[in-house]
Design a protein around this ligand. Structure first.
Ligand SMILES: Nc1ncnc2c1ncn2[C@@H]1O[C@H](COP(=O)(O)OP(=O)(O)OP(=O)(O)O)[C@@H](O)[C@H]1O
Ligand SMILES: [Mg+2]
Length: 254
């Protein structure tokens, strides 16, 4: 199962990706987190790693190497990619949790993120997981990744929605585009809701647009204050467990 987490900027995508990864680990799964955000660099820290992994972009020869391979049928030579195929330098692993990063924009004028989008798309398409493995992909804000077709390698989409209307609007567009490319498992996750009443209003708003809601996470001071250190709370959150069980009913062991 390859799950992509998307939504408006700052809605809590990376936090929810990290919380879900931690929940899946507690339930006995091996988890591969794919950092598909070309701008933000802090996901490694949220997941408890000391340093970021070297990006997969470097693995295929950097921008120059990628440029040459873009004209070829395959960027990665392998027809299928398992976590064991990724050389150690490019994948961080600790107790069942692994992290790869596609690539980051590091320098002014270095070029756009389109090549990284192509790399991410092919990587996800070729990624082959075992029965006890789950991949969670943290995407950049907005909807550009749909334009790059990254979701063609995704089984399930989680749209993080917070109260502002703009966030609901992004959710609607994500839902439309994900449906258009044939993804059947599309869920909204309400985040930073201040009360049950607001959660219910937001939920009604989404459901009236045929967007299924997997659950809601309240505005949580622990999450917010942990983010000052760049991390997520260590304690499991009940709301995250419930969301896990809704989106992965077949995998809800433990
Ligand atoms: N449920 C929550 N309660 C309180 N704060 C939250 C919650 N979810 C996320 N936050 C806070 O919101 C901020 C943004 O979260 P995060 O970085 O996960 O968002 P993002 O969608 O990944 O942002 P970006 O678009 O920049 O990648 C962080 O300070 C985070 O701690
Ligand atoms: Mg993020």
């Amino acid at each position: 199962m390859r799950i992509a987490v998307c939504g408006k900027g700052g809605s809590g995508k990376s936090t929810i990706a990290a919380l879900l990864a931690s929940e899946a680990l507690h339930r006995g799964y091996r988890v591969l987190v794919v950092d598909g955000d070309e701008s933000n660099a802090g996901l490694f820290q949220m997941l408890g790693f000391d340093d970021p992994p070297r990006p997969l972009l470097d693995f295929i020869g950097g921008r120059e190497g990628l440029k040459k391979k873009m004209g070829e049928p395959n960027i990665f030579e392998l027809a299928q990619i398992t976590t064991a195929d990724i050389p150690e330098k490019y994948i961080l692993s600790n107790n069942g949790l692994s992290l790869v990063a596609i690539g980051k924009i590091m320098h002014a004028l270095e070029g756009c993120a389109c090549p990284m989008g192509a790399l991410n798309r092919e990587f996800l398409k070729k990624l082959t997981l075992e029965e006890d493995e789950i991949a969670i992909v943290d995407l950049e804000a907005g909807v550009e990744h749909f334009g790059r077709g990254i979701e063609t390698g995704i089984d399930s989409i989680l749209i993080v929605v917070e109260p502002p209307l703009e966030s609901v609007n992004v959710g609607r567009r994500v839902h439309e585009m994900a449906s258009d490319i044939g993804i059947r498992s599309i869920w909204a996750v309400l985040n930073k809701v201040p009360s049950e009443q607001i959660a219910a209003r937001l939920s009604d708003e989404l459901q009236s647009r045929q967007i299924a809601v997997a659950g809601s996470i309240h505005f949580n001071e622990q999450i917010f204050s942990a983010s000052l250190e760049g991390v997520i709370p260590r304690e499991r959150l009940e709301a995250v467990g419930k969301i896990f069980e809704v989106i992965l009913p077949d995998k809800s062991k433990g």
